[in-house]
Design a protein around this ligand. Sequence first.
Ligand SMILES: Nc1ncnc2c1ncn2[C@@H]1O[C@H](COP(=O)(O)OP(=O)(O)O)[C@@H](O)[C@H]1O
Ligand SMILES: N[C@@H](CC(=O)OP(=O)(O)O)C(=O)O
Length: 577
Amino acid sequence: MLAALHFSGARVSRPISNLPEGAAGLCYSSRFRFSDSVVITSGFCESSKLSCSSSRRVLPRIACDGGRAVEVLEKSGGVGNDEGDEAEKQFSCVMKFGGSSVASAERMREVAQLIRSFPEENPIVVLSAMGKTTNKLLLAGEKAVSCGVTNAELIDELGFIRDLHFRTLEELGLEKSIVAKHLEELEQLLKGIAMMKELTPRTRDYLVSFGECMSTRIFAAYLNKLGTKARQYDAFDIGFITTDDFTNSDILEATYPAVAKRLHGDWISDPAIPIVTGFLGKGWKTCAITTLGRGGSDLTATTIGKALGLREIQVWKDVDGVLTCDPNIYSKAEPVPYLTFDEAAELAYFGAQVLHPQSMRPAREGDIPVRVKNSYNPNAPGTLITKSRDMSKVIQAVLTSIVLKRNVTMLDIVSTRMLGQFGFLAKVFSIFEDLGISVDVVATSEVSISLTLDPSKLWSRELIQQASLPNELDHVVEELEKIAIVNLLQNRSIISLIGNVQRSSLILEKVFRVLRTNGVNVQMISQGASKVNISLIVNDSESEQCVRALHEAFFDANIVELDLEHGSNNGNGAASK
Ligand SMILES: Nc1ncnc2c1ncn2[C@@H]1O[C@H](COP(=O)(O)OP(=O)(O)O)[C@@H](O)[C@H]1O
Ligand SMILES: N[C@@H](CC(=O)OP(=O)(O)O)C(=O)O
C-alpha cells in the first residue's frame, strides 16, 4: 500500500535503518523551510512500521524511482529560518526565458548578457526549448509513426533540429559534443516510434523533452565559457514530481521541498547559476518524463519561486508584458502595467497564450510577485503581477484585458422533468465527471443549463485518439439525453473581459452598446464567482471582430472620456483585496 510518511517531533536522527526496504517519506513543516525532519526524495513506501502523524501537513505524494528510496537528505538540526534566509540571499529571483528568447545563438548571447548585467543578482534560470523546437519534435514524432524505420533518420524536422542546435553551438564557439548524444538518442527514438508505428502520450513527452534538455546544456556551457559559473539541471532529476498525466501533468507538493533542497545544497557546496529545463517533470508512479502542458516553463519558474521563497519571478517573453489583448488579433494592444494573481490566472485559463494556465498558482500561494518582461526590449517596464493592485488608476480601473478562446463547444441542456425537479444539476455534472471533461462557463435557469466544454481537455484527447473525438462528444450527448433535451453547438468563442467586475454595470453597458452596433448577439453570459471575469459566448466567425471593437471601446482614446463620464474612480478604495 502506498503511504506518505510524516516523521514528526524532533529531528529523526537515524531514519534509514528504521525504514523498511523501499520505504521513504517526505515531510516539511512550513511552506519553504525544512525543519526538525528528514526529507527523503525519490522513493516510495510500500509499507511502514513507522507511525504517521496527522498533526502536520502530510504530503499527498511521494516520489519513486523503481520502488527504491534512492536519496535521503537529512537536515542536521533542521534548516529552519536561518538557512531559509541564507537561500534567499543566494538566489534573488528566478528568470524564465521562453522559446523566442533563446531561439538562436544571437538570442542566447543577448540573454547571457542580460543575466551578466546583474552580477549582484544570483538568478535561477529556467529555459524553454529553442524557438519552435517543441513543435518540430511533435511533428517529427507524427511523421515517424508512418514513415517506416529506414526513413526515420531522414525526417525533415530531425534535420532542422540537428542543424539549429549544431549551428548554435558553432556560433557560440562551443563543442558539438554538448548535444551530440542527445541528437543520436533522438534519432534512435524516432526509429523506435517508426518501428512500433505508434506514439503514445508517454513517448510523446519523452520526445519533446529533448528540446529543453539541449537548450539548457548549450546555454549553461556558454555562460561557463563567458566566465559566469553555471550548472545545468534536468527538472526531472532534481525533484519535479508530477502526476502521471502525460502531456498535461500537475506538479505535486513533494516538488517544493525536494527542489529547494537540491538547488540550495548544490549552491552551498559549489556555487553556480542553475540553468533548469522548463516544462518537464517526473511522474510519481511511472518515474517517466512528463510535461506540464504547452507553455509549461512558466509553471516551472513559479514552482521554483515558491519552493525557494524568492523575491521575484521573472518571465521573459517576446512582447512588452501581458497585453490588453492578443496582439495577433489587434495590433494596437497595449501592455498592462499591473495585474492581480486572480486576474492573471483567469486571463491565462481563458486562453491568453502569454501565461501557462496553472502558472499563477505557486506564485499566489507563495505571494511572490511575477514580472512579465520582454527579452527583446528589456527596458520596457513589463507587467507586474501581485496579490492586489491600485484600482484607482483610471485606465485600468475597469478592464485590464480582453481574452479570446476559440473553437469552444457549447451545450444547451433542458430538463425533461417538471419545473423544480431537484438533483438535475447534480446529474448533469456527474456525467461530465464520469467522462472526465471539465466545464468552463456555466449559466443556469430553473430547468436548463448552458455550458461550454474546456477545449483543452478535448484537444489533449484529440492528440491521443483523433478519430474518436466526434464519438466522445456523441457519447456526452447520449448520456445527457437520458435526462434532458440537448442541443450541441460547436464553433463558439468565449470572450473574457478581465478586470474590476465590481464595476460590472459600467462594463456591460459598454459591451452591449458595442455589440449592438456591430450586430452581434451574445448567446450566453456569465459573471464568474472569481469577481474578475465576465465571459460572453459568441460565434467563432464574429469573435475577432468583437474583440477589436471592444478593445477600441475600452482601451483606445475615448475610454477615459467614457469612464470619467460615469465616474471612473468610484470610491471603491485603492486596493482590490
Ligand atoms: N494578452 C496577451 N498578452 C501578451 N501576449 C499575448 C497575449 N495573448 C496572446 N499572446 C501571445 O503570446 C506570445 C507570448 O507567449 P509565448 O509564446 O508562450 O512566449 P514564450 O515562448 O516566450 O514564453 C506573444 O508573442 C503573443 O503573440
Ligand atoms: N517548449 C515548451 C514549453 C514552453 O514553455 O515553451 P515556451 O516558453 O516557448 O512557451 C512548449 O513549447 O510548449
